[in-house]
Ligand binder design. Structure first.
Ligand code: PGA
Length: 259
C-alpha cells in the first residue's frame, strides 16, 4: 500500500465481548467517516472477528487479529493460526509489548509470526519499542535495531512493503505518558535508517511506520504531522467512539487527499 494512505488501528485488547463489540461497531459506523486516504483497522477480541467480518463494510473498516500462532495447523490446543484467520482479517499485530512482556514472546516467535502472516496474506504490524529503563540508559536505538533484525529475518525486500512497523515505546503504552513528537521523530528515523541498511533506500521509504502509546484525540495531530509517520496504533482511546472518530479525522486532515 502506498504511503499516501494513513493507517489508524484501534486495538481493543481484552475488552468488549462479541455482542458489545458488534454494538460498538454500529456506533463507529455512524461516527467514523470513511476516507480513501485513511485505512481504519479494528482489532477486537479474536472471538468477535468472525461476527464483525460479516458486519463491517470493508470500505469503511478493515480487521486485525491481536494475536495468532505461527504454525498453520496441528496439535496446538487453544491456539488460532494465521491460516484460520485468512480471509477474516487483513492485518495481524505481532510483537506487541504486552505479548513480549506479559507472555514472554521472543524475537524468534515474532519472526515466525511475521512470516506466518505474510504466508497467509495478512499484513503483519510489527511492534517495536524500548522499556523505560532501556531508554534511561540510552538503549532505544539498540532495542529498535535488535527487534527489527529479530522480527524481519528472512523477509525479502519484495515482501517488506507488506509489513507495517509500529514504534511503541513500552513506557508509553497504557500509561497516559505519551512520547513527545520529537521522540517519535527520532525513533522513526532510526527505524527507517535500519530498514535502509537491511533493504536499501527504496524499500525503506515504502514502508508504513506508525506510532502507538497513549495516543489521544488531542495528541494525534502532532504525530500525524511528522513526515515519516504514516498512522497510529491506538489502544485506550479506540474504545471511545468520539475520540476514535476524531483521530481518524486528524489522519484525514494530515493526508494528501484533504489538501
Ligand atoms: P494505549 O495502547 O493507546 O492504550 O497506550 C496502545 C497499544 O497498546 O498499542
Amino acid at each position: 500500500m502506498a504511503r499516501d494512505k494513513k493507517i489508524i488501528i484501534g486495538n481493543w485488547k481484552m475488552n468488549l465481548g462479541v455482542h458489545e463489540a458488534s454494538l460498538f461497531v454500529h456506533k463507529l459506523e455512524k461516527k467514523v467517516k470513511a476516507h480513501r486516504s485513511v485505512e481504519i483497522v479494528l482489532a477486537p477480541t479474536t472471538l468477535a472477528l468472525q461476527t464483525l467480518s460479516l458486519q463491517v463494510n470493508y470500505r469503511q473498516f478493515k480487521l486485525a487479529a491481536q494475536n495468532f500462532y505461527w504454525r498453520d495447523h496441528g496439535a496446538f490446543t487453544g491456539e488460532v493460526s494465521a491460516t484460520q484467520l485468512r480471509g477474516v482479517v487483513q492485518y495481524g499485530l505481532v510483537g506487541h509489548s504486552e505479548r513480549r512482556h506479559v507472555f514472554h514472546e521472543t524475537d524468534k516467535d515474532t519472526r515466525a509470526k511475521v512470516q506466518a502472516a505474510i504466508r497467509n496474506h495478512i499484513r503483519p504490524v510489527l511492534c517495536v519499542g524500548e522499556t523505560a529503563s532501556e531508554r534511561a540508559i540510552g538503549e532505544t536505538n539498540d532495542i529498535i535495531h535488535d527487534q527489527l533484525i529479530g522480527g524481519l529475518a528472512n523477509i525479502t525486500s519484495e515482501e517488506l512493503p507488506e509489513i507495517v512497523i509500529a514504534y511503541e515505546p513500552v513506557w508509553a503504552i497504557g500509561t497516559g505518558k505519551n512520547a513527545s513528537a520529537a521522540d517519535v521523530k527520532q525513533a522513526v528515523k532510526a527505524i527507517r535508517t535500519q530498514l535502509k541498511h537491511l533493504y536499501g533506500a527504496k524499500a525503506a521509504q515504502e514502508v508504513q511506520v506508525l506510532y502507538g502509546g497513549s495516543v489521544t484525540n488531542d495528541s494525534a495531530a502532532d504525530y500525524l504531522a511528522l513526515d515519516d509517520v504514516d498512522g497510529l496504533l491506538v489502544g485506550g482511546a479506540s474504545l471511545d467512539a468520539e475520540a476514535f472518530a476524531g483521530i481518524v479525522e486528524k489522519a484525514f486532515i494530515s493526508s494528501k487527499e484533504s489538501k
